[in-house]
Design a protein around this ligand. Structure first.
Ligand code: PLP
Length: 383
C-alpha cells in the first residue's frame, strides 16, 4: 500500500466514518463516562480523562502528521494547552535532573522552568542553541532534557535540530522540539533525531484563534507509555469540543500554511526594503542568520515575522496600536493577522532574564488575508 501524503493524512488519519452512524465527521463525544456490559468489560473507553474518542481521533491524526503511524512505536498525547504539555514533560524529571533550554524559548516555557520546576529541584540553564560549541559545553552529566524551540519566539532563530540532537544523544539526554511555529507541515523533528515534539495547538494547528490546546508526539514506545500515564495521572486533558476544533483545523493546515508562508515572505521583503524599518527577522530572507539551516530542515519559512522600526519603543507602540487588519493581540497562527510588542505583552515574564527581548521589537503573525491589504495596512501604520 502506498503511504498517503501529508494533506491526505490530515483529513483521513484517525478519522474513519463513525462506526454506529456512518457520520463522515468524527463526532464530539460529550461524555465523561462509558457504560460497561459487566464490571471491567467495555469497548476501550472507561472515563474521559483517560480516553475519549474525539481525543483519540485527534491524537492519531497529529501523530501521523509527525510521522508516527498507527501500529508504529509511540504516539500522541493531547493536552489542555501547550504549557500543559510542557508540564507533562516537567513531570518526567526528578529533583537533581538538569534541563537545557534555548535562550530564546517562549517566555511561558521559561517561566514554568524557572519559577515552577526549579522549585521542585529541577536544575536548568539556558544556552544559545544556534551555537553548537556552546550547546556541547552546556551539557552536564545530569542533563536529562535538551529543549529546542525552532524557529524561536519571537526572534525567529533557527536551531539545527539534527546537530543538537546528535550532541544530546551522545550524553543520553532526551531531545524535545517545540514545533509550534513550524508545524509538522514545514518541519519533522522526529525524523531529524528528536525524541518528542511539542505543540501549542492553540496556534497553527487549531488555526482559527478559537481554542487553547497542546500535544506531544513521540516515536519512542517507552516515552509514549510514560506520557499516556502522566496524561491520565495528572489530568491536563482537552475537552472533546476543543479536540474537535483542533481536528477540524488540522484538516486545512497545509493550505493555510502555504498562504501564511507566502504572505510572510512578501511582508518580510516589504519591511526589509523599507527605510522606516531598522531590522527584520525572517528565516526566509537570505541575509538572515538562520536561512541556511532553515533551507536544510524546513519546507518553507513560516508565517511569523519580527522587526524593529526606526524610532524606538514609541514608534513600536504607535505602529502596533494603529494597524486596522493586524489585530493588536497576543497569540499567533490564526487565519487573521496579529501584531504585538513582545516586551510589553507575551514576553513580559522574561524581563531581566537571559531571554529578554528588545523593547522596540514588533512581532507579526501573518494571516491568510489578501497580501495587498496586509501590506497597505502596515504601510499606513508605519506612518
Ligand atoms: C512556541 C510556543 N510554545 C508553547 C506555547 C504555550 O502554548 P499555550 O499558550 O497553548 O499554553 C506558546 C504560546 O504562545 C508558544 O508560542
Amino acid at each position: 500500500m502506498t503511504e498517503d501524503h501529508f494533506d491526505t493524512l490530515a483529513i483521513h488519519a484517525g478519522q474513519e466514518p463513525d462506526p454506529t452512524t456512518g457520520a463522515a465527521v468524527v463526532p464530539i463525544y460529550a461524555t465523561s463516562t462509558y457504560v460497561q456490559s459487566a464490571p471491567g468489560e467495555h469497548k476501550g473507553y472507561e472515563y474521559s480523562r483517560t480516553d475519549n474518542p474525539t481525543r483519540t481521533a485527534l491524537q492519531t491524526q497529529l501523530a501521523a502528521l509527525e510521522g508516527v503511524m498507527e501500529g508504529d512505536d509511540g504516539g500522541c498525547v493531547a493536552t489542555s494547552s501547550g504549557l500543559a504539555a510542557t508540564s507533562l514533560i516537567g513531570f518526567m524529571l526528578s529533583p537533581g535532573d538538569h534541563l537545557l533550554l534555548s535562550n530564546d524559548a517562549y517566555g511561558g516555557t521559561y517561566r514554568l522552568v524557572a519559577q515552577v520546576l526549579a522549585g521542585h529541584g529541577i536544575e536548568f540553564s539556558t544556552v544559545e542553541m544556534t551555537d553548537l560549541d556552546a550547546v556541547a559545553a552546556a551539557m552536564q552529566s545530569n542533563t536529562k532534557v535538551v529543549w529546542i524551540e525552532t524557529p524561536t519566539n519571537p526572534l525567529l532563530k533557527v536551531v539545527d535540530i539534527a546537530a543538537v540532537a546528535a550532541i544530546a544523544d551522545a550524553s543520553g539526554a532526551t531531545v524535545v522540539v517545540d514545533n509550534t511555529f513550524a508545524t509538522p507541515y514545514l518541519q519533522q523533528p522526529l525524523e531529524l533525531g528528536a525524541d518528542m515534539v511539542l505543540h501549542s495547538s492553540t496556534k497553527y494547528l487549531g488555526g482559527h484563534s478559537d481554542t487553547v490546546g497542546g500535544a506531544i508526539v513521540t516515536n519512542d514506545a517507552d516515552l509514549h507509555e510514560r506520557l499516556r500515564f502522566l496524561q491520565n495521572a495528572a489530568g491536563p486533558v482537552p475537552g472533546p469540543f476543543d479536540c474537535y476544533l483542533v481536528l477540524r483545523g488540522i484538516k486545512t493546515l497545509g493550505v493555510r500554511m502555504d498562504r501564511h508562508c507566502s504572505n510572510a515572505m512578501m511582508i518580510a521583503n516589504f519591511l526589509a526594503d523599507d527605510p522606516r524599518v531598522e531590522r527584520v527577522w525572517y528565516p526566509g530572507l537570505p541575509t538572515d542568520a538562520g536561512y541556511d539551516t532553515a533551507v536544510s530542515q524546513m519546507a518553507a519559512f513560516g508565517g511569523m515575522v519580527s522587526f524593529v522600526p526606526k524610532g524606538g519603543m514609541d514608534a513600536a507602540n504607535r505602529i502596533a496600536s494603529s494597524t486596522r487588519l493586524f489585530f493588536l493581540a497576543e497569540s499567533l497562527g490564526g487565519v487573521e493577522s496579529l501584531i504585538e510588542v513582545p516586551a510589553a505583552m507575551t514576553h513580559m515574564s522574561v524581563e531581566g532574564t537571559a531571554l529578554e527581548v528588545p523593547e522596540d521589537l514588533i512581532r507579526l503573525s501573518v494571516g491568510i488575508e489578501h497580501i495587498d491589504d496586509l501590506v497597505s495596512d502596515l504601510d499606513l501604520a508605519l506612518g
